[in-house]
Design a protein around this ligand. Structure first.
Ligand code: 13P
Ligand code: SF4
Length: 309
């Protein structure tokens, strides 16, 4: 039986299909290593918008691939595993979002990119963790802001902008898992270490952070900082690039409350495997497809975000 070298086959298929692979930092290292572009959600959306390839293989979760399709209706967009969802997107169904909006007439809705196309279509602005502050600051001060679906990011933005918002009660299952008590213990054991955290973390974690930012911002900070040791409060997939770009430093993944699980790893992101990337390129399946009217409505608030970014 012939053993398939997935890496080699992926390189071959990329050429044959005129395809590119866009990958998020939470993907396994071996997927990141075959990607043409790795980035945070905003950079991935920007890369998708400027893509010239016939096929985009999106190694990330569904809402990311869906955003790539919204920006590229004429290109084929495949995702290695169609069931790679997101607890934030799943916790914000479009019908309930519409009812929430209806209870606040005249409010401006800012939705985190981690939501479905149907919720995007109902939103005034989309934001990511790297531009949420900028988007919120661009909204006139006399407007009420509805922020969905991540209340932790929303509260963080409230803190830095001084702007009060109404929050959708959603959160990320990964970023809510970190233990403040264990982080304090790690800081005591490693004086001089710095906590760096994603804004999807709860306030109890963020208050110990020397730096808060998107995945790309965390990576840049860790690589360029004079510090040597970091406690990284986000999904540990990001450590792959940190170790590649600054191998002499030490990165400690922030520990989850429950030691017996790997619940700091995103179960959705980790559904993708190198084999599934290969199969997606080979079969051009599973594809992201969506109704043209939904796609066009969802594109408006994404374009507003991109114009401000
Ligand atoms: P960023 O990569 O935009 O920081 O967001 C991370 C995320 O929520 C992916 O799930
Ligand atoms: Fe969604 Fe959290 Fe996974 Fe990101 S890490 S895809 S926010 S569940």
């Amino acid at each position: 039986m012939r053993v398939i070298d997935h890496e080699e086959e992926i390189v071959r298929l990329k050429k044959e299909r005129n395809a590119i692979i866009l990958a998020h930092y939470y993907q396994d290292g071996e997927i990141q290593d075959v990607a043409d572009f790795i980035g945070d959600s905003l950079q991935l959306a920007q890369a998708a918008r400027s893509a010239k390839a016939d096929v985009i293989c999106f190694a990330g979760v569904h809402f990311m691939a869906e955003t790539a399709k919204i920006l590229n209706p004429e290109r084929i967009v495949v995702i290695p595993d169609l069931d790679a969802g997101c607890s934030l997107a799943d916790g914000c169904p479009a019908e309930r979002f519409r009812q929430w909006k209806a209870r606040h007439p005249g409010a401006v809705t800012v939705s985190y990119i981690n939501c479905s196309a149907a919720v995007k279509a109902e939103s005034d602005y989309i934001c990511t963790s790297s531009n949420a502050e900028k988007i919120v600051r661009a909204i006139p001060a006399d407007k009420t802001i509805l922020f969905a679906p991540d209340r932790n990011l929303g509260r963080h933005v409230e803190k830095v902008t001084g702007r009060t918002m109404i929050h959708w009660p959603g959160s990320c299952l990964v970023h809510e898992t970190f233990s403040e008590r264990k982080i304090i213990a790690l800081l005591e054991r490693h004086p001089g270490a710095e906590v760096i955290a994603h804004p999807e973390c709860e306030d109890g974690i963020l208050r110990h952070a020397s730096f808060i930012g998107s995945t790309t911002a965390l990576l840049k900070y860790a690589v360029s900082s004079p510090k040597q040791r970091f406690i990284v409060a986000t999904e540990p997939g990001i450590l792959h690039q940190m170790k590649k770009q600054a191998p002499d430093k030490e990165y400690i993944p922030a520990p989850p409350m429950n030691e017996r699980c790997a619940c700091n790893e995103c179960p959705h992101m980790k559904r993708n495997t190198l084999e599934k990337v290969y199969l997606a390129l080979r079969d051009l399946q599973p594809r992201i497809e969506m109704d043209a009217s939904l796609r066009e409505r969802a594109r408006l608030p994404i374009d507003r975000m991109l114009a401000l970014s």
